[in-house]
Design a protein around this ligand. Structure first.
Ligand SMILES: Cc1ncc(COP(=O)(O)O)c(C=O)c1O
Length: 457
Protein backbone atom coordinates (compact mmCIF):
# COMPACT_ATOMS: atom_id res chain seq x y z
CA UNK A 1 0.00 0.00 0.00
CA UNK A 2 1.26 3.48 -0.83
CA UNK A 3 2.39 5.46 2.17
CA UNK A 4 1.59 9.00 1.12
CA UNK A 5 2.77 10.48 4.39
CA UNK A 6 6.31 9.39 3.66
CA UNK A 7 6.61 9.94 -0.08
CA UNK A 8 5.57 12.27 -2.86
CA UNK A 9 3.98 10.81 -5.96
CA UNK A 10 5.29 12.82 -8.89
CA UNK A 11 2.73 14.02 -11.36
CA UNK A 12 3.67 12.20 -14.61
CA UNK A 13 3.39 15.51 -16.49
CA UNK A 14 6.38 16.83 -14.54
CA UNK A 15 8.62 13.81 -14.27
CA UNK A 16 10.82 13.27 -17.34
CA UNK A 17 11.63 9.89 -18.94
CA UNK A 18 14.03 7.96 -16.78
CA UNK A 19 13.28 10.08 -13.68
CA UNK A 20 12.12 8.74 -10.35
CA UNK A 21 8.35 8.50 -9.96
CA UNK A 22 8.26 9.00 -6.24
CA UNK A 23 10.42 10.92 -3.81
CA UNK A 24 10.79 10.27 -0.09
CA UNK A 25 9.53 12.89 2.34
CA UNK A 26 11.35 11.91 5.51
CA UNK A 27 14.41 9.97 4.40
CA UNK A 28 17.31 11.40 2.42
CA UNK A 29 16.59 11.05 -1.36
CA UNK A 30 18.87 8.44 -3.01
CA UNK A 31 18.60 9.69 -6.57
CA UNK A 32 18.73 13.10 -8.23
CA UNK A 33 15.87 14.69 -10.09
CA UNK A 34 15.85 17.38 -12.73
CA UNK A 35 15.94 20.92 -11.34
CA UNK A 36 12.61 21.76 -12.99
CA UNK A 37 10.91 18.74 -11.41
CA UNK A 38 12.25 19.61 -7.96
CA UNK A 39 11.24 23.23 -8.54
CA UNK A 40 7.69 22.20 -9.42
CA UNK A 41 7.36 20.11 -6.25
CA UNK A 42 8.57 22.87 -3.95
CA UNK A 43 6.65 25.57 -5.81
CA UNK A 44 3.38 23.61 -5.63
CA UNK A 45 3.89 22.74 -2.00
CA UNK A 46 4.57 26.32 -0.95
CA UNK A 47 1.34 27.48 -2.64
CA UNK A 48 -0.48 25.99 0.33
CA UNK A 49 1.15 28.51 2.68
CA UNK A 50 -1.08 31.40 3.81
CA UNK A 51 -1.43 34.68 1.93
CA UNK A 52 0.89 37.13 3.68
CA UNK A 53 -1.20 40.19 2.72
CA UNK A 54 -4.06 38.79 4.80
CA UNK A 55 -1.87 37.91 7.77
CA UNK A 56 -2.64 40.59 10.34
CA UNK A 57 -0.82 38.68 13.08
CA UNK A 58 2.74 39.29 11.93
CA UNK A 59 4.86 42.41 12.30
CA UNK A 60 7.29 41.32 9.61
CA UNK A 61 7.57 42.99 6.19
CA UNK A 62 5.97 41.09 3.36
CA UNK A 63 6.50 43.58 0.55
CA UNK A 64 9.38 45.58 -0.92
CA UNK A 65 9.50 47.25 -4.30
CA UNK A 66 11.07 45.90 -7.49
CA UNK A 67 14.48 47.55 -7.01
CA UNK A 68 14.82 45.88 -3.63
CA UNK A 69 13.94 42.56 -5.25
CA UNK A 70 16.62 43.21 -7.90
CA UNK A 71 19.24 44.03 -5.24
CA UNK A 72 18.23 40.98 -3.27
CA UNK A 73 18.70 38.70 -6.26
CA UNK A 74 22.15 40.23 -6.86
CA UNK A 75 23.23 39.57 -3.28
CA UNK A 76 21.90 36.11 -2.39
CA UNK A 77 25.42 34.75 -2.17
CA UNK A 78 26.87 37.24 0.30
CA UNK A 79 27.72 36.00 3.76
CA UNK A 80 27.53 38.85 6.26
CA UNK A 81 30.37 37.49 8.39
CA UNK A 82 32.88 37.39 5.50
CA UNK A 83 33.90 40.96 6.03
CA UNK A 84 37.19 40.33 4.25
CA UNK A 85 35.43 39.06 1.12
CA UNK A 86 32.56 41.55 1.25
CA UNK A 87 34.08 44.73 2.69
CA UNK A 88 31.43 46.91 1.04
CA UNK A 89 28.63 44.96 2.76
CA UNK A 90 30.55 45.44 6.03
CA UNK A 91 30.80 49.17 5.32
CA UNK A 92 27.06 49.37 4.56
CA UNK A 93 26.30 47.61 7.85
CA UNK A 94 28.32 50.32 9.62
CA UNK A 95 26.53 53.09 7.72
CA UNK A 96 23.18 51.63 8.76
CA UNK A 97 23.79 51.46 12.51
CA UNK A 98 25.43 54.90 12.48
CA UNK A 99 22.29 56.20 10.78
CA UNK A 100 20.19 54.54 13.48
CA UNK A 101 22.36 56.03 16.25
CA UNK A 102 21.72 59.42 14.67
CA UNK A 103 17.97 58.75 14.25
CA UNK A 104 17.80 57.72 17.91
CA UNK A 105 19.59 60.88 19.03
CA UNK A 106 22.85 59.44 20.31
CA UNK A 107 24.77 62.39 21.82
CA UNK A 108 27.66 61.68 19.42
CA UNK A 109 26.86 58.97 16.88
CA UNK A 110 30.56 58.68 15.94
CA UNK A 111 31.16 57.37 19.48
CA UNK A 112 28.29 54.86 19.34
CA UNK A 113 28.73 51.22 18.46
CA UNK A 114 26.28 48.81 16.90
CA UNK A 115 25.77 45.84 14.61
CA UNK A 116 23.21 44.02 12.53
CA UNK A 117 21.61 40.77 13.70
CA UNK A 118 19.14 38.22 12.35
CA UNK A 119 16.26 40.06 14.04
CA UNK A 120 15.20 41.67 17.29
CA UNK A 121 15.54 38.44 19.25
CA UNK A 122 19.29 38.30 18.64
CA UNK A 123 19.58 42.08 19.02
CA UNK A 124 17.78 41.93 22.40
CA UNK A 125 20.04 39.08 23.53
CA UNK A 126 23.17 41.06 22.61
CA UNK A 127 21.78 44.06 24.50
CA UNK A 128 21.04 41.81 27.47
CA UNK A 129 24.47 40.15 27.36
CA UNK A 130 26.18 43.54 27.47
CA UNK A 131 24.07 44.45 30.54
CA UNK A 132 25.03 41.19 32.22
CA UNK A 133 28.76 41.47 31.47
CA UNK A 134 28.88 45.11 32.60
CA UNK A 135 27.16 44.21 35.85
CA UNK A 136 29.57 41.27 36.38
CA UNK A 137 32.65 43.38 35.70
CA UNK A 138 31.47 46.11 38.05
CA UNK A 139 30.67 43.60 40.79
CA UNK A 140 34.01 41.81 40.40
CA UNK A 141 35.89 45.09 40.55
CA UNK A 142 34.08 45.85 43.82
CA UNK A 143 34.93 42.36 45.17
CA UNK A 144 31.25 41.36 45.20
CA UNK A 145 29.53 38.13 44.15
CA UNK A 146 28.29 37.79 40.57
CA UNK A 147 25.70 35.15 41.50
CA UNK A 148 22.03 35.45 40.71
CA UNK A 149 21.77 38.28 38.18
CA UNK A 150 18.21 39.38 37.43
CA UNK A 151 16.54 41.40 34.68
CA UNK A 152 13.36 43.42 35.24
CA UNK A 153 10.66 43.69 32.57
CA UNK A 154 6.91 43.62 32.03
CA UNK A 155 4.99 40.36 32.20
CA UNK A 156 3.93 41.19 28.62
CA UNK A 157 7.45 40.76 27.19
CA UNK A 158 8.08 39.06 23.90
CA UNK A 159 9.21 35.45 24.27
CA UNK A 160 12.81 36.36 23.24
CA UNK A 161 13.38 37.87 26.70
CA UNK A 162 12.11 34.73 28.43
CA UNK A 163 14.49 32.73 26.24
CA UNK A 164 17.35 35.12 26.95
CA UNK A 165 16.93 34.77 30.70
CA UNK A 166 16.57 31.01 30.46
CA UNK A 167 19.53 30.45 28.10
CA UNK A 168 21.89 32.81 29.91
CA UNK A 169 21.01 31.97 33.52
CA UNK A 170 19.37 35.20 34.52
CA UNK A 171 16.35 35.48 36.78
CA UNK A 172 13.50 37.13 34.85
CA UNK A 173 11.55 39.49 37.11
CA UNK A 174 8.19 40.25 35.60
CA UNK A 175 6.23 43.34 36.59
CA UNK A 176 2.57 42.37 36.04
CA UNK A 177 0.26 44.58 34.02
CA UNK A 178 -3.29 45.31 35.15
CA UNK A 179 -6.36 47.27 34.04
CA UNK A 180 -4.95 50.27 35.98
CA UNK A 181 -1.39 49.85 34.67
CA UNK A 182 -1.85 48.61 31.11
CA UNK A 183 1.90 48.77 30.57
CA UNK A 184 4.89 48.72 32.92
CA UNK A 185 5.04 52.39 33.88
CA UNK A 186 7.33 52.51 36.90
CA UNK A 187 4.58 51.67 39.40
CA UNK A 188 6.15 49.66 42.27
CA UNK A 189 9.31 49.20 40.18
CA UNK A 190 11.37 49.51 43.37
CA UNK A 191 9.92 46.17 44.56
CA UNK A 192 11.64 44.35 41.71
CA UNK A 193 15.08 45.98 41.81
CA UNK A 194 18.03 44.99 43.94
CA UNK A 195 21.82 44.92 43.74
CA UNK A 196 21.64 41.86 41.43
CA UNK A 197 19.57 43.70 38.80
CA UNK A 198 21.54 43.96 35.56
CA UNK A 199 19.04 46.28 33.91
CA UNK A 200 15.45 47.09 33.03
CA UNK A 201 13.98 46.26 29.62
CA UNK A 202 11.55 48.90 28.39
CA UNK A 203 9.46 48.02 25.35
CA UNK A 204 8.50 50.49 22.69
CA UNK A 205 5.54 48.70 21.23
CA UNK A 206 4.50 45.86 23.56
CA UNK A 207 3.86 42.80 21.39
CA UNK A 208 0.46 41.97 22.94
CA UNK A 209 -1.08 45.36 22.26
CA UNK A 210 1.35 47.70 20.52
CA UNK A 211 1.44 50.18 23.44
CA UNK A 212 4.61 52.10 24.33
CA UNK A 213 6.09 51.78 27.80
CA UNK A 214 7.05 55.25 29.07
CA UNK A 215 10.85 55.20 28.87
CA UNK A 216 11.41 58.68 30.36
CA UNK A 217 9.00 58.03 33.27
CA UNK A 218 10.66 54.69 34.06
CA UNK A 219 14.07 56.39 33.88
CA UNK A 220 12.88 59.01 36.40
CA UNK A 221 11.76 56.21 38.70
CA UNK A 222 15.20 54.61 38.38
CA UNK A 223 16.78 58.01 39.16
CA UNK A 224 14.73 58.09 42.37
CA UNK A 225 15.78 54.52 43.19
CA UNK A 226 19.42 55.49 42.64
CA UNK A 227 18.98 58.46 44.93
CA UNK A 228 17.48 56.35 47.68
CA UNK A 229 19.73 53.28 47.56
CA UNK A 230 22.62 54.06 45.21
CA UNK A 231 21.81 51.44 42.56
CA UNK A 232 22.53 52.74 39.06
CA UNK A 233 20.34 50.59 36.78
CA UNK A 234 20.66 50.92 33.00
CA UNK A 235 17.81 50.58 30.48
CA UNK A 236 17.76 48.57 27.28
CA UNK A 237 14.96 49.74 24.99
CA UNK A 238 13.40 46.89 23.02
CA UNK A 239 12.16 48.96 20.09
CA UNK A 240 11.43 45.96 17.86
CA UNK A 241 8.59 47.90 16.24
CA UNK A 242 8.43 51.31 17.91
CA UNK A 243 12.04 52.36 17.33
CA UNK A 244 11.16 52.64 13.64
CA UNK A 245 7.83 54.37 14.27
CA UNK A 246 8.39 56.88 17.12
CA UNK A 247 11.15 58.93 15.39
CA UNK A 248 8.83 59.59 12.45
CA UNK A 249 5.39 59.75 14.04
CA UNK A 250 6.01 60.94 17.62
CA UNK A 251 9.21 63.03 17.24
CA UNK A 252 8.55 64.86 20.53
CA UNK A 253 8.26 61.69 22.57
CA UNK A 254 11.47 61.34 24.61
CA UNK A 255 12.28 57.63 24.64
CA UNK A 256 15.69 57.18 22.98
CA UNK A 257 19.31 58.17 23.74
CA UNK A 258 18.01 61.58 24.88
CA UNK A 259 17.22 59.66 28.08
CA UNK A 260 20.64 59.34 29.79
CA UNK A 261 19.79 56.01 31.36
CA UNK A 262 19.17 54.33 27.98
CA UNK A 263 22.36 52.44 27.23
CA UNK A 264 21.22 50.43 24.21
CA UNK A 265 18.33 50.21 21.74
CA UNK A 266 17.36 47.33 19.48
CA UNK A 267 14.96 47.10 16.57
CA UNK A 268 13.85 44.76 13.79
CA UNK A 269 14.87 45.98 10.36
CA UNK A 270 12.36 43.47 9.06
CA UNK A 271 9.39 45.04 10.85
CA UNK A 272 8.79 48.78 10.45
CA UNK A 273 12.36 49.06 9.10
CA UNK A 274 10.58 47.89 5.92
CA UNK A 275 12.99 45.09 4.91
CA UNK A 276 12.28 41.40 4.24
CA UNK A 277 13.14 38.99 7.10
CA UNK A 278 15.65 38.58 8.76
CA UNK A 279 17.49 41.61 9.93
CA UNK A 280 17.71 43.39 13.27
CA UNK A 281 19.89 46.10 14.77
CA UNK A 282 21.31 46.98 18.15
CA UNK A 283 23.11 50.21 18.99
CA UNK A 284 24.88 51.27 22.20
CA UNK A 285 24.93 54.97 23.02
CA UNK A 286 28.69 54.83 23.54
CA UNK A 287 31.29 52.17 22.74
CA UNK A 288 32.28 52.08 26.43
CA UNK A 289 28.90 50.46 27.22
CA UNK A 290 29.75 47.34 25.23
CA UNK A 291 32.40 45.46 27.24
CA UNK A 292 35.53 44.68 25.22
CA UNK A 293 35.49 41.16 26.61
CA UNK A 294 32.38 40.36 24.51
CA UNK A 295 33.92 41.41 21.20
CA UNK A 296 35.61 38.92 18.91
CA UNK A 297 38.01 40.02 16.20
CA UNK A 298 37.66 38.66 12.66
CA UNK A 299 40.07 39.26 9.84
CA UNK A 300 39.09 42.25 7.70
CA UNK A 301 41.14 43.35 4.69
CA UNK A 302 44.31 42.18 6.30
CA UNK A 303 43.32 44.03 9.47
CA UNK A 304 40.87 43.13 12.21
CA UNK A 305 37.14 43.71 12.37
CA UNK A 306 35.36 43.52 15.72
CA UNK A 307 32.17 41.43 15.81
CA UNK A 308 29.58 40.75 18.45
CA UNK A 309 26.94 38.23 17.31
CA UNK A 310 25.35 34.92 18.28
CA UNK A 311 25.51 33.50 14.75
CA UNK A 312 28.59 33.30 12.56
CA UNK A 313 27.39 32.94 8.92
CA UNK A 314 24.17 34.60 7.86
CA UNK A 315 22.79 36.28 4.76
CA UNK A 316 24.33 39.66 3.92
CA UNK A 317 21.65 40.61 1.37
CA UNK A 318 19.34 42.10 4.02
CA UNK A 319 22.06 44.57 4.99
CA UNK A 320 22.06 45.85 1.40
CA UNK A 321 18.27 46.02 1.49
CA UNK A 322 18.29 48.02 4.73
CA UNK A 323 20.86 50.45 3.36
CA UNK A 324 18.77 50.73 0.18
CA UNK A 325 15.62 51.43 2.24
CA UNK A 326 17.35 54.16 4.30
CA UNK A 327 18.67 55.85 1.15
CA UNK A 328 15.49 55.38 -0.84
CA UNK A 329 12.95 56.54 1.75
CA UNK A 330 14.97 58.89 3.92
CA UNK A 331 13.25 60.47 6.94
CA UNK A 332 10.51 61.93 4.77
CA UNK A 333 9.68 58.65 3.06
CA UNK A 334 9.62 56.65 6.30
CA UNK A 335 7.37 59.31 7.80
CA UNK A 336 4.93 59.03 4.88
CA UNK A 337 4.84 55.23 4.91
CA UNK A 338 4.45 54.98 8.70
CA UNK A 339 1.81 57.72 8.78
CA UNK A 340 -0.34 56.01 6.17
CA UNK A 341 -0.01 52.72 8.06
CA UNK A 342 -1.04 54.47 11.30
CA UNK A 343 -3.99 56.11 9.53
CA UNK A 344 -5.27 52.69 8.44
CA UNK A 345 -4.78 51.26 11.94
CA UNK A 346 -6.63 54.14 13.63
CA UNK A 347 -9.45 53.92 11.10
CA UNK A 348 -9.80 50.17 11.68
CA UNK A 349 -9.73 50.69 15.46
CA UNK A 350 -12.50 53.31 15.36
CA UNK A 351 -14.67 51.23 13.05
CA UNK A 352 -14.25 48.11 15.16
CA UNK A 353 -15.07 50.09 18.32
CA UNK A 354 -18.25 51.40 16.70
CA UNK A 355 -19.56 47.92 15.79
CA UNK A 356 -21.05 47.45 19.24
CA UNK A 357 -19.78 44.22 20.79
CA UNK A 358 -16.16 45.34 21.14
CA UNK A 359 -14.21 47.61 23.46
CA UNK A 360 -10.74 48.80 22.45
CA UNK A 361 -7.81 48.00 24.72
CA UNK A 362 -5.85 50.65 22.79
CA UNK A 363 -6.47 52.66 19.65
CA UNK A 364 -3.19 52.52 17.67
CA UNK A 365 -2.04 55.86 19.04
CA UNK A 366 1.48 54.44 19.46
CA UNK A 367 2.45 51.94 16.74
CA UNK A 368 -0.03 50.80 14.04
CA UNK A 369 -1.19 47.94 16.23
CA UNK A 370 -4.28 47.71 18.43
CA UNK A 371 -6.23 45.16 20.40
CA UNK A 372 -9.82 44.87 21.54
CA UNK A 373 -11.92 42.88 23.98
CA UNK A 374 -15.52 41.67 23.95
CA UNK A 375 -17.93 43.67 26.09
CA UNK A 376 -19.82 41.59 28.65
CA UNK A 377 -23.24 40.49 27.40
CA UNK A 378 -25.29 37.68 28.96
CA UNK A 379 -26.96 36.88 25.60
CA UNK A 380 -23.82 36.37 23.65
CA UNK A 381 -22.57 32.83 23.33
CA UNK A 382 -19.54 33.40 21.10
CA UNK A 383 -15.98 34.43 21.89
CA UNK A 384 -13.14 36.22 20.11
CA UNK A 385 -11.69 32.79 19.35
CA UNK A 386 -14.84 32.03 17.35
CA UNK A 387 -14.53 35.31 15.47
CA UNK A 388 -10.87 34.54 14.75
CA UNK A 389 -11.89 31.13 13.33
CA UNK A 390 -14.63 32.63 11.16
CA UNK A 391 -12.24 35.23 9.75
CA UNK A 392 -9.68 32.52 9.10
CA UNK A 393 -12.19 30.83 6.79
CA UNK A 394 -12.02 33.94 4.63
CA UNK A 395 -8.21 33.95 4.69
CA UNK A 396 -7.69 36.65 7.38
CA UNK A 397 -5.39 35.84 10.27
CA UNK A 398 -6.52 37.93 13.23
CA UNK A 399 -5.33 36.15 16.38
CA UNK A 400 -7.20 36.05 19.68
CA UNK A 401 -5.22 35.23 22.83
CA UNK A 402 -5.22 35.63 26.60
CA UNK A 403 -3.36 38.53 28.21
CA UNK A 404 -0.32 37.69 30.42
CA UNK A 405 -0.06 36.94 34.16
CA UNK A 406 -2.73 38.54 36.38
CA UNK A 407 -4.94 39.23 33.35
CA UNK A 408 -5.08 35.75 31.85
CA UNK A 409 -8.90 35.69 32.12
CA UNK A 410 -9.00 38.51 29.62
CA UNK A 411 -8.98 37.60 25.93
CA UNK A 412 -8.03 40.17 23.32
CA UNK A 413 -7.84 40.16 19.56
CA UNK A 414 -5.12 42.11 17.77
CA UNK A 415 -4.45 43.61 14.36
CA UNK A 416 -0.97 44.57 13.17
CA UNK A 417 -1.21 46.99 10.26
CA UNK A 418 1.80 46.87 7.96
CA UNK A 419 2.80 48.65 4.79
CA UNK A 420 0.62 46.93 2.18
CA UNK A 421 -2.67 46.92 4.13
CA UNK A 422 -4.33 49.91 2.50
CA UNK A 423 -7.75 51.48 3.11
CA UNK A 424 -9.42 49.26 0.47
CA UNK A 425 -8.24 46.03 2.02
CA UNK A 426 -9.11 47.47 5.46
CA UNK A 427 -12.69 48.06 4.30
CA UNK A 428 -12.88 44.48 2.98
CA UNK A 429 -11.75 43.28 6.40
CA UNK A 430 -14.35 45.44 8.18
CA UNK A 431 -17.09 44.05 5.91
CA UNK A 432 -15.97 40.53 6.74
CA UNK A 433 -15.89 41.26 10.49
CA UNK A 434 -19.45 42.68 10.32
CA UNK A 435 -20.67 39.66 8.35
CA UNK A 436 -19.07 37.19 10.74
CA UNK A 437 -20.31 39.00 13.85
CA UNK A 438 -23.85 38.85 12.39
CA UNK A 439 -23.38 35.15 11.62
CA UNK A 440 -22.15 34.42 15.14
CA UNK A 441 -24.97 36.46 16.70
CA UNK A 442 -27.50 34.53 14.62
CA UNK A 443 -26.08 31.10 15.19
CA UNK A 444 -24.88 31.62 18.74
CA UNK A 445 -22.70 28.55 18.56
CA UNK A 446 -19.81 28.19 20.93
CA UNK A 447 -16.79 26.63 19.28
CA UNK A 448 -14.25 25.08 21.66
CA UNK A 449 -11.72 27.56 22.96
CA UNK A 450 -8.19 26.68 21.79
CA UNK A 451 -5.52 26.17 24.42
CA UNK A 452 -3.60 29.19 25.70
CA UNK A 453 -0.52 27.95 23.91
CA UNK A 454 -2.09 28.50 20.50
CA UNK A 455 -0.54 31.92 19.87
CA UNK A 456 3.09 32.66 20.53
CA UNK A 457 4.27 36.21 20.92
C1 LIG B 1 8.77 43.78 21.52
C2 LIG B 1 9.39 42.68 20.70
N1 LIG B 1 10.65 42.28 20.98
C3 LIG B 1 11.26 41.32 20.27
C4 LIG B 1 10.62 40.69 19.23
C5 LIG B 1 11.34 39.62 18.46
O1 LIG B 1 11.59 40.10 17.17
P1 LIG B 1 12.16 39.22 15.98
O2 LIG B 1 10.98 38.49 15.45
O3 LIG B 1 12.67 40.26 15.03
O4 LIG B 1 13.22 38.32 16.50
C6 LIG B 1 9.30 41.07 18.89
C7 LIG B 1 8.58 40.39 17.80
O5 LIG B 1 7.41 40.57 17.59
C8 LIG B 1 8.68 42.09 19.63
O6 LIG B 1 7.44 42.51 19.36
Amino acid sequence: MNDYRNRIELNPIFSRPGEVETAPLNTFPKQSMLPETAYQIVHDDSMLDGNSRLNLATFVSTWMDGYADKLYSEAYDKNAIDKDEYPRTAAMENHCWHMLADLWNAPDSTKSIGCSTTGSSEACMLGGLALKRRWQEKRRAAGKSTDKPNLVMTSAVQVCWEKFCDYFDIEARYVPISMEHKVMDGYKLEDYIDEHTIGVVVIMGVTYTGMYEPVAKIARKLDAIQKSCGLDIPIHVDGASGAMIAPFIQPNLIWDFRVDRVSSISTSGHKYGLVYPGIGWVVWRDASLLPESLIFKVSYLGGEMPTFALNFSRPGAQILLQYWAFLRYGFEGYQNVQQSTIDVARYLAQEIASMGPFELWNDASDIPVFAWMLKDSPDRLWTLYDLSDRLRMKGWQVPAYPMPTDLTDLTVQRIVVRNGLGMNLANDLLDDIRTEVAWLDKNHTVVTKPSNAAFHH
